[in-house]
Design a protein around this ligand. Structure first.
Ligand code: XMP
Length: 516
């Protein structure tokens, strides 16, 4: 079964994924395509409406991306946003030129016409603008539905066909009526139905997995403890419970109780065939004397592949390897729905393995955004703690210990890290931050502990809380200082070997999120 979908043609706007998510929030399936997607490609995906995104180009520039002319003849409704409006109007004979005044930010919008697109939208509202070009000379083919003080055609509609353009951005929260306008476009103009929800996503994924996995062949799923691999495993378990084997490698660099938590959920609750490999000693041996961060990563990566391979060979009839690739990874590596082969993002843990071992890949999440993965994770019965877990790097605590990784340092960091997370959760801040952790800096700093000066053998713990949406940029969290006070007091009291706690107040860039 192919979903009825809304296509978003990507003209290079930073908001493309946001538009796709806004559509899906209304329980309507959406897919992102390259700007020149052909009518055949769109029909293949059962497209019932098209949104042309904004973009940084000018339609009159030499290399400006253009929509395929055939999409305007498909008979499906089209909504052009910003550059998308300019491309649509220009194609149908209007003029686009640089505006006398660029327009950025909030501006007043006044409706001058009526249309299904504007149902329940007040006659006067505010919208978010970000443009340097403008449409003029719309001729007789369009009617104007709204204007702003400096944009005479802020919303236009074709007189004969369901083609709309709007100069502002309905997808951003700064346009208060934006979600109403998008809802009107989806349900009143395109005739979409709200059927894309956690239940139907699971049903479709299960159906697709069953259709793909041959009888008698086993699927291997590497569990990392993170939400993506956990939901992948839970979906496979729902689809082919008898043909799934999960592998969890304890590399010794995990957080406190990480392994027992994974065992409790997957072996205890789901009764999965879970292979836990206790490889801590092997990893520690490989890290002996290593201080260079890159070298730590390389050694951990190689060791992981060796351990995983050995374990995978023990699983009879293993033919498939499951991976938790998400839709943003697919989009970033080429628009898959547009037919371009997508590179598979190399998961830090299983990169290279499919080819080496001759596995066929299964990626049940490759059509989903992170919020949808969390939504179906909850419905599949994963714990809230697992579903909302922050990302954790493959090399684990090894890149959070400056210098050599030793069992003593791991133990110390694990205890400090546990306190940091506990306090964050109990203060209600866990979900408000993207990542939270401690870093062990094994330098002695003078302290007064008890009666005497403490110096030898003491370390510093740096606390790092960041907020980020894509982890490419991040900012430190302006957290309630009382939370920091409790963390500092507990660590210095409860973790012997630490006499100083500091808070990292650096953004990314210039710093990275991890310290190594
Ligand atoms: P940085 O430190 O580069 O981190 O700002 C960005 C995001 O990537 C995670 N990270 C890693 N994940 N293997 C991983 O699987 C790694 O070697 C690694 N290094 C960083 C980091 O935790 C953050 O979410």
């Amino acid at each position: 079964m192919i979903n009825r979908s809304i296509a978003i043609l990507d003209f290079g706007s930073q908001y493309v994924q946001l538009i796709a998510r806004r559509v899906r929030e209304n329980q309507v399936h959406s897919l992102i395509f390259s700007p020149g997607a052909s009518p055949e490609e769109l029909r293949r995906q059962n497209v019932i409406g098209i949104i042309l995104s904004g973009g940084p180009a000018s339609t009159y520039a030499a290399a400006a991306p253009k929509p395929h002319p055939g999409i305007f003849e498909m008979g499906v409704p089209i909504l052009g946003i910003c550059y998308g409006m300019q491309a649509l109007c220009e194609h149908l004979g209007a003029k686009v030129h640089a505006a006398a005044q660029r327009e950025y930010g909030r501006t007043a919008l006044n409706l001058t016409g009526d249309d299904a697109l504007l149902r329940h939208v007040p006659r006067g509202t505010t919208v978010w603008m970000s443009h340097g070009d403008i449409v003029s000379g719309i001729g007789d083919d369009f009617v104007t539905l709204a204007r702003t003080p400096s944009c005479p055609h802020a919303i236009v509609r074709h007189t004969a066909r369901p083609l709309y353009g709007m100069q502002f951005h309905p997808e951003v929260t700064h346009t208060p009526e934006g979600s109403q306008i998008l809802r009107n476009f989806l349900f009143d103009v395109c005739g979409a139905e709200p059927t894309w929800n956690a239940g139907s996503i699971i049903d479709q994924a299960v159906e697709a997995i069953r259709a793909k996995v041959r009888p008698g062949a086993q699927v291997i799923c590497g569990l990392s403890g993170g939400v993506d691999s956990a939901v992948t495993a839970a979906l496979l378990h729902r689809a082919v419970p008898d043909r799934l084997a999960c592998i969890f490698v304890d590399n010794g660099m995990l957080r406190l109780n990480e392994r027992s938590r994974v065992e409790a959920i997957f072996r205890g609750h789901f009764k999965m065939d879970l292979h836990v490999v206790d490889a801590a000693a092997r990893f520690l041996e490989r890290l002996r004397g290593v201080v260079d961060p890159q070298e730590k990563r390389i050694r951990i990566g190689h060791e992981f592949i060796a351990v995983f391979k050995e374990e995978a060979k023990r699983i009879a009839h293993a033919h498939y390897l499951a991976q938790g690739t998400l839709y943003p990874d697919v989009i970033e590596s080429g628009h898959s729905a547009a037919g371009t082969a997508a590179n598979i993002k190399l998961h830090h843990n299983v990169g290279g393995l499919p080819a080496e071992l001759g596995f066929e890949l299964i990626e049940p999440l490759r059509d989903l955004f992170k919020d949808e993965v969390r939504m179906i994770g909850e419905l599949l019965g994963l714990t809230e703690e697992m579903v909302w877990r922050h990302p954790f790097p493959g090399p684990g605590l090894a890149v959070r210990i400056i210098g050599e990784v030793t069992p003593e340092r791991l133990e110390l960091l694990r205890r400090a890290d546990q306190i940091i997370i506990e306090e964050l959760v109990s203060a209600g801040w866990y979900r408000k931050v993207a990542q939270a952790f401690g870093v062990l800096i094994p330098v002695a700093s003078v302290g007064v502990m008890g009666d005497g000066r403490a110096y030898q053998g003491q370390s510093v713990i740096a606390v790092r809380f960041v907020e980020s949406t894509d982890f490419m940029t991040a900012d430190w969290v302006h957290i309630d200082p009382n939370v920091l006070a409790r963390i500092s007091s507990r660590i210095t009291n409860e973790v012997s070997g630490v006499n100083r706690v500091v808070y990292d107040i650096t953004s990314k860039p210039p710093a990275t999120i991890e310290w190594e």
